[in-house]
Ligand binder design. Sequence first.
Ligand code: FES
Length: 160
Amino acid sequence: MPVIRFVREGRDVECYPGENLREVALREGIELYGLKGKLGNCGGCGQCITCFVDVVPAGSAVALSPRTGVEERKLIRRPQTWRLACQALVEHSVLVVTRPQAGEAGLAPLLAGALARPLPPGPTAWPEPPAAEADSSPDENEPGATREVAGSDIASATSD
Ligand code: FES
C-alpha cells in the first residue's frame, strides 16, 4: 500500500491507492489545519482553502492525483508544490508537509530525516480479497440462509 510520510509529525501512514489525503490524515489523527481551519473549515469541499499541504520534494507531485480545477483557482498565488488535501487522491507513496503556511521553523532536520529514508512505491490498485473469504460467503438463496438487515439476522428463506 502507498505510504504517506507526514514530515512535520514524523509519521508514516499506509493507505489504499486512490484514498483522499484529507480523509486519511483525519482518520490517523494528523493535524491538517492551522487556527483558521480549526475554527471553521468546509469539510473537504475545496472552498475554505485551509487544508494546505506541501508535497516534497518538488516533482513528486505525480504521487497524487492531478490538481483539480478548484485547486488551480484557489492556489493561484501559492507554490506549485502546494495542494489542498481534500482534493488530492494518493496514487503512490509521498512525502507531505502539513500546514506549510506555518513556516519552516524547525522543519529542516525533520525534512532531511524524512528524505533520507526510502519510501516504498506502493501498488496502484486495491488488493484482491483473499480467495477463502470470497468462497465462504453463504448463498442467500439457500433455505435457512441468513442475511444481515439493519444490524439483525433475518432468515431469508423459510419453508413454512
Ligand atoms: S477542507 Fe476546505 S478546502 Fe480543503
